[in-house]
Design a protein around this ligand. Structure first.
Ligand code: NAD
Length: 362
């Protein structure tokens, strides 16, 4: 298979971790006989420095022309970098927001998976961490409260702020379809999270999700109120497979779920549109404090590349091989500094990449 991938190395540790993710993808392509074509584009601070803006029209066109986009991370030190003296719409993050909008990425996927080898970093009780968990949080990304009409007014001398939460059935249906499709590739269970005891938007969410569920007889659907879900994530995370939810609930729940895994350098993410196209990136930022030191953990980006193979290219076997390589390297006791624990062997970013390539190629 021929895969056209646009890469955004970005800023800070971005170029280092993307280099390792590419090396891993190349090893998988060699093993399975795929042809990879990369085009690098600039975004964030690197694009501000080179082109005077965080994302150019040309870069957007190149991203759109690809089958998928693999990104490192963008941004600098927000207190000291000159990029943050610019107006908000010229700063590094404006490039990412523009890219997401231009590509119509309405579904965000953030897995929360607990590696048994990294159990010590999990802040939950031991009996919960021993059971492990493997959750996919699917968050609607372009609607709801963050995109509704808002205003702040003064009425009779009293300041008043209004935000509105709107969803139409089409917005709900398209992410629900993605949620059920992805559940079919996993354990076949969807937990739809809402606040249907209070909100009209949640009652519509629930109805539309049920309509979509009718087309997926092999997937089990359950509904859960968001406050209960926040509790269940720390009480019994093993019960979840796919959590499907709207924008703000997903924002909060995905951060909670990532914290219970305990290691930010391990967490991939994906943002998808209606087609198979997706933007794949680690959940962490550009870590300017460790940029250029070759100590960053590349695993979140490597696992993002695995998600790309699985969700944009339907190459599940190839994705499995990458995930197994990560598990094997951890089992063999290799750790980057962020996940280091006593008795393990500390390695840098490029050495971690080389270990993964070796496991994939043997
Ligand atoms: P961060 O995630 O970059 O770093 C937080 C801490 O985690 C730092 O101590 C860092 O060294 C460490 N860390 C992060 N990733 C690591 C890795 N792979 N390996 C080892 N250690 C790692 O968050 P921050 O410091 O708040 O933000 C830095 C910059 O990144 C800011 O400009 C911010 O806006 C940007 N940012 C970008 C994205 C993105 O590109 N999608 C996301 C979040 C933050």
């Amino acid at each position: 298979m021929r895969l056209n991938i646009t890469c955004i190395p970005g800023d800070g540790i971005g170029p280092e971790i993307v280099t390792q993710a590419k090396a891993v993808l190349n090893a998988v392509a060699d093993r399975f006989g795929h042809e990879l074509h990369y085009t690098d584009i600039l975004m964030g601070g690197a694009s501000i420095d080179a082109c005077g803006e965080p994302l150019t029209d040309d870069a957007i066109a190149q991203a759109k022309a690809a089958d998928a986009v693999l990104m490192g991370s963008i941004g600098g030190n927000t207190s000291t970098s000159p990029w943050y003296q610019l107006p908000p719409d010229k700063r590094p993050e404006a490039g990412l927001l523009r890219l997401r909008k231009s590509l119509n990425l309405f579904t965000n996927l953030r897995p929360a998976f607990l590696y048994q080898e990294l159990r010590a970093a999990c802040p939950l009780k031991e009996e919960i961490s021993v059971a492990g968990f493997d959750i996919m949080i699917m968050r609607e990304l372009t609607g709801g409260l963050y995109f509704g009409e808002r205003k702040t007014v003064v009425e009779n001398g009293v300041r008043k702020a209004v935000d509105t939460l709107t969803y139409d059935e089409n917005e709900i249906r398209r992410i629900a379809v993605k949620g059920f499709d992805i559940a079919c590739k996993r354990k076949g269970k969807v937990t739809s999270v809402d606040k249907a005891n209070v909100l009209d938007s949640s009652r519509l969410w629930r109805k539309v999700v049920e309509e979509v569920a009718a087309d997926y007889p092999d997937v089990t659907l359950e509904h859960m109120l968001v406050d209960n879900c926040a509790m269940q994530l720390v009480k019994n995370p093993a019960q979840f497979d796919v959590i499907l939810t709207e924008n703000m609930f997903g924002d909060i729940l995905s951060d909670e779920a990532s914290m219970v895994t305990g290691s930010i350098g391990m967490l991939p993410s994906a943002s998808l549109n209606e087609t198979k196209f997706g933007l794949y990136e680690p959940s962490h930022g550009s870590a300017p404090d460790i940029a250029g030191l070759d100590i960053a953990n590349p695993i979140a980006t490597v696992l993002s590349a695995a998600m790309m193979l699985r969700y944009s290219f339907d190459l599940d076997r190839e994705a499995d091989v990458i995930e197994t390589a990560v598990q094997t390297v951890l089992r063999d006791g290799y750790r980057t500094v962020d996940i280091m624990s006593p008795g393990c062997t500390q390695v840098g970013c490029s050495e971690m990449g080389a270990l993964l390539v070796k496991r994939i190629s043997e």
